[in-house]
Design a protein around this ligand. Structure first.
Ligand code: ZN
Length: 610
């Protein structure tokens, strides 16, 4: 695996010892930021790479490679001569109709600048074999494929989390998108329930209360997200003939405000045989897993590659979790900052970490994760129904202690097959009818869906999935346990649910206070199964039912092979790859477990590979 350490540029005259230390620790390359203004700051066409040539010479001397991070578009990357020109088009927020600092991704003038700058870079470094990979920063405050979030050096320009879609070229793009999909203004008005003139059709604050309608709201998000994906696609097209690995940098948490779709960004990267750098990790493994798993899932599905990077500092314990996450997720590269692994900003050494990443990352052969379980999370639900919060994260962590899983959302479910044995619906999920039909077909074809919240269509109607579960009524998925009141294979009745018609339900787990109250039931749906859990996913019943469904004989499907006994253990995480069982003990205690070959001891805060 590529082990990349980030350093400040122009390090060549002061980094001799640091480079030696890194080389010894198995680092393969050093990453530095190459901002547009660093190479063309003196004026249009006056390119100068001397700053970077010196660094490259220093790296060559230590047999280390270089990873330039080329950033064009964000405020801090843009040369003054361009910022002051008529061609500078800063993005504009919808909240205040005010200009920010980063260039609009809809600007018609930016493409020429990107083309010129990339050409100058390639002309200068074309035959360079000491470049390990190139990262590209196409938008955002720092270069991520997202919109403005906080501002880079906050205060230097107007910046905040929100919606950056108010510049004239964004308005033009929005109208073009709608015309493409609806053919006419008349059709747009019909679909939105409005009576707009073309002048009135423009990006609006995308909330349920200020959007013209629910349909208009979803159209806005689709356009906002597709705009960023198209911008990434255009950038990667410019790099098609570059001889090195190229990573498109993205970041954040795939939030609707950011305009990112990690899944779509992976898909276009794969189309160009390129990769994604996901920049968002911190010190909590379970959180890191959730922040990066969409990229790992989509990369495997579409055939791109990826690397991981922290958003800022990471503690020693967190570092172990980061290495485990990259390795067990099948990452091609692992990035860390010098101060996180070798020496903090006060100059204190971190000897415990020097050899940790390379001891795992330098192992021969790429790990290929084998994942049979998918957890479904929804972008539409975050738009229509609120955000993914602490409780959802805790549930995900509990599920992760039980099994490795992939994260799936609408973009992934609509673009390709569903290659999992089990899908978990632990959170509200709202998707277009075509995705719901695809899920039903997957169940009928042999899949097992474990459902705490029946999926809904975009109008909020869950009747398709409720009918699969054999129920009617509206109290499903509430936080309190609402048991069915009679066990059996037929005629189950309940105060909480109305069983639809003569649906045949198999009660498989009951509430401990009463054996006559079922809270988990299953139904055979042609070749597959649904398992309903009528308690909140944060309740122990949900995790118990999940465990029994995956590893037991609860519904008569062939169970997954248990990674070890006992399962689950708090803070211990399993992952299977084609060749290995990869375990992470995130606790401060030694833990004994039984794997296939016998009993093994997992040291505190350690990664074990069998
Ligand atoms: Zn604003």
């Amino acid at each position: 695996m590529q082990f990349v350490v980030g350093m400040d540029k122009a390090f060549s005259n002061k980094a001799g010892i640091a480079l030696e230390k890194m080389k010894k620790a198995g680092v393969t390359s050093v990453e530095t930021y190459v901002l547009w203004k660093d190479i063309e700051g003196a004026g249009e066409g006056r390119f100068d790479f001397s700053l970077f040539d010196e660094d490259l010479a220093a790296l060559r001397e230590k047999s280390l490679k270089w990873v330039p991070f080329l950033v064009i578009g964000p405020w801090y990357s843009t040369p003054d001569w361009f910022l002051g020109s008529e061609k500078s088009v800063p993005s504009v927020c919808l909240e205040h109709n005010k200009q920010g600092g980063n260039q609009s991704i809809w600007s018609p003038f930016l493409k020429d600048q990107v083309k010129r700058t990339l050409k100058a870079f390639l002309d200068h470094y074309k035959g360079e074999t000491e470049i390990e990979s190139v990262l590209v920063g196409i938008s955002g405050d720092y270069g991520e494929a997202i919109q403005t979030v906080y501002g880079n050096w906050p205060g230097e320009y107007h910046g905040h989390r929100g919606y950056w879609a108010g510049d004239p070229y964004a308005v033009e793009s929005f109208r073009g998108f709608l015309l493409y999909h609806y053919d006419s203004l008349k059709n747009i008005n019909y679909s939105w329930g409005t009576h707009y003139s073309w002048e009135e059709v423009r990006p609006f604050m995308p909330t349920l209360s200020s959007a013209p309608s629910r349909k208009a709201l979803l159209d806005f998000y689709q356009w906002y997200k597709e705009s960023m994906t198209s911008w990434a696609d255009w950038w990667l097209t410019q790099l098609d003939n570059w001889p090195w690995d190229v990573y498109l940098v993205t970041g954040g948490n795939d939030e609707p405000e950011h305009a990112s779709s990690f899944a779509e960004q992976c898909r276009v990267a794969a189309n160009h045989k390129r990769g994604i750098r996901i920049t968002n990790e911190a010190s909590d493994y379970a959180l890191n897993f959730m922040l990066t798993r969409l990229v790992s899932t989509a990369s495997r599905k579409y055939g791109s590659y990826f690397s991981t990077e922290p958003a800022s500092s990471v503690n020693e314990k967190g570092e172990i979790g980061r290495v485990y996450n990259a390795y067990s997720s099948g990452a091609r590269a692992f990035h860390e900052y010098f101060y996180n692994v070798f020496q903090d900003l006060e100059g204190n050494e971190k000897p415990n970490l020097h050899s940790l990443p390379s001891s795992v990352l330098s192992r021969k052969g790429d790990e290929k994760p084998v994942v049979s379980v998918g957890l479904v999370a929804s972008q539409n639900t975050r738009i229509l129904d609120g955000s993914f919060g602490e409780e959802e994260l805790n549930v995900s962590k509990k599920i992760r202690e039980l099994t490795d899983f992939d994260l799936l959302n609408e973009d992934l479910l609509s673009n390709g097959g569903i290659d999992y044995r089990f899908l978990i619906f632990a959170f509200p999920f709202m998707a277009p009818e075509n995705i719901l039909s695809k899920l039903v077909a997957w169940i009928q074809g042999g899949g097992t869906a474990i459902i705490a919240y029946p999926p809904k269509n975009l109008d909020g109607d869950s009747s398709t999935f409720k009918s699969l579960l054999g129920i009617e009524g509206e109290v499903f998925g509430v936080s309190e346990v609402k048991p069915l009141t009679r066990l059996g294979t037929q005629g189950v009745t309940s105060k909480a649910y109305k069983v639809s018609g003569d649906a045949e339900l198999h009660a498989v787990m009951s509430y401990k206070e009463s054996e006559t109250k079922a809270v988990v039931w299953s139904r055979r749906i042609e070749g597959g199964n649904v398992l309903a859990v009528s308690s909140a996913p944060s309740n122990r019943i949900f995790i118990n039912a999940l465990k029994e469904c995956l590893y037991g004989s609860l519904i008569g499907v062939e169970p997954l092979q248990k990674p070890y006994e006992p399962i689950p253990i708090e803070g211990i995480y399993p992952a299977a790859t084609e060749d290995h069982l990869v375990l992470y003990n995130s606790t401060d205690n030694q833990v004994k477990i039984k794997i296939k070959t016998g009993e093994v001891v997992l040291k505190p805060n350690s990664i074990s590979i069998y």
